[in-house]
Design a protein around this ligand. Structure first.
Ligand SMILES: NC(=O)c1ccc[n+]([C@@H]2O[C@H](COP(=O)([O-])OP(=O)(O)OC[C@H]3O[C@@H](n4cnc5c(N)ncnc54)[C@H](O)[C@@H]3O)[C@@H](O)[C@H]2O)c1
Length: 425
């Protein structure tokens, strides 16, 4: 079996790896020619995905990356893992999915299976993809198979991989579901068939909305408990001992990544077509996007206690990635934090072992380079903010050599010496 994977990013590349490991031939498609070149040279464009495996895949005759979309007729199944961001008006930006379907429809042949893996609003497969794919002259259910199977990839998660995370699959019809299950069985240990594409689409949005809302709730409690001088982290630790009915979520400097800050708003957009407002989602969005401002306030208070102002203060932000041990900065609250601090006149640097320099983002163009962490550099800063709790960091060392530490992740919980320098935020 040959599996085509469109979009060789955080989702597509691990998916390619699992199909390759399962014995399938994999043809990867990407419009980013630099990425295609790197992968074919056996190098991983994503830091936490091991180059070793990409190297062995690239050497094998069962794997190839290409930018040539005319080869979309080659695979038996085409799995789509392209971005689904929001537009500037915070509406679904479906341009990548549309462009991919347009390319597929030019080369679609009888008997192929097409599956969307990208996160999206319920209805996408049937309302948006189907008409484009049928421009090929082929009919879904008769000439080709169509399904939706959301990706649950969790970059950097050491306990679960793409192969071991159960995968929900919804088909356009019964035959499509059967075909999709046959294909995924090659790579994924546990499959969860559901009755339609819409159920699978909605399940993914439910998962991410659930996280978004629960994180907002603990972020709100963090601000309240801070005023009450109660340590929210210890509260969560205590509540987590309840063996049923409670799942721990953790506060932070804001929401980041390609999923949680974005996906729920796909549903908000869709809900408007049905005359409903998704009030929980809106409220959670408001609280979560406000968190970097809370951190800035805590920074100002901490400096104030030292008779210093934020204006002119030298600040080092530790961690640019939106979560530990990965190199992904999409929607990272660290970027917002840096911008807010700069606007108030602080001189800000950052360190991130995964990100030697910043790259231009849609909303940010910081043009900064990661500073080396040495005793001497630490002395230069009035204050250090732990924004991402990378496990590479030695938190005892950080607290020892920093003048003041703002800890947004409870990363210093085990640090014994110098605790009076730590402010949780
Ligand atoms: N990153 C995650 O942890 C994660 C987890 C679950 C779901 N998702 C979802 O999976 C989807 C992909 O996310 P990602 O993080 O892998 O994105 P990504 O940006 O890392 O990768 C997407 C890739 O698609 C390529 N691409 C864009 N348009 C293309 C086209 N027309 N043809 C071929 N290639 C094209 C890009 O060049 C890029 O390499 C999104 O919908 C996202 O919400 C992501």
């Amino acid at each position: 079996m040959t599996v085509g994977i469109v979009g060789l990013g955080y989702v597509g590349l691990p998916l390619a790896r699992e199909f390759y490991n399962g014995g399938a031939s994999v043809l990867g498609f990407d419009i980013n020619s630099a990425s295609v070149k790197m992968i074919n040279q056996g190098k991983s464009p994503i830091k936490h995905i091991q180059g070793k495996l990409i190297a062995s895949m690239a050497k094998s005759d069962r794997f190839e990356a290409t930018g040539d979309m005319s080869r979309l007729s080659e695979p038996d199944a085409i799995l789509i893992a392209v971005p689904t961001p929001l537009t500037e008006n915070r509406e679904p930006d479906m341009t990548y999915v549309v462009a991919t379907c347009e390319a597929i429809s030019q080369f679609l042949r009888k008997g192929q299976l097409v599956v969307l893996e990208s996160t999206t609003y319920p209805g996408t497969t049937r309302e948006l993809m189907l008409p484009i794919l049928e421009r090929s002259g082929l009919k879904a259910g008769r000439d080709f198979y169509l399904a939706y199977s959301p990706e649950r990839e969790d970059p950097g998660n050491k306990d679960f991989s793409t192969a071991t995370i159960p995968k929900v699959v919804g088909g356009f019809d019964k035959a499509s579901l059967k075909k999709a299950i046959e294909v995924y069985e090659v790579a994924i240990e546990t499959l969860v068939p559901v009755s339609s594409c819409e159920i699978a689409e909605a399940a993914k949005i439910l998962e991410n909305t659930y996280r978004c809302i629960n994180i907002a709730m603990v972020n709100e409690l963090k601000m309240l408990f801070d005023r009450m001088d109660i340590d929210v982290w210890e509260v969560i630790r205590a509540a987590s001992t309840k063996p049923f009915g409670y799942n721990a979520f953790y506060p932070g400097p804001g929401l980041g990544g390609h999923c949680i800050p974005i996906d729920p708003f796909y549903l908000t957009w869709k809900a408007r077509q049905y005359g409903l407002a998704t009030r929980f989602i809106e409220l959670a969005g408001e609280i979560n996007t406000d968190m970097p401002h809370f951190v800035v306030e805590k920074v100002m208070d901490a400096l104030n206690d030292k008779r210093k102002s934020l204006n002119g203060a030298k600040i080092l932000v530790l961690g640019l990635a939106y979560k530990p041990d990965i190199d992904d900065v999409r929607e990272s609250p660290s970027l917002e934090l840096i911008e807010l601090l700069q606007k108030k006149g602080a001189k800000v640097d950052y360190n991130d072992p995964y990100l030697p320099q910043t790259h231009k983002q849609r909303d940010y163009d910081l043009n900064m380079k990661s500073k080396k962490l040495t005793e001497k550099t630490m002395q230069k800063y009035d204050l250090v903010i732990i924004a991402t709790n990378h496990s590479d960091y030695d938190y005892d060392w950080i607290v020892k050599h920093a003048k003041l530490v703002i800890d947004t992740r409870n990363a210093t919980s085990n640090v014994k010496q110098g605790r009076r320098k730590i402010v949780k935020a």
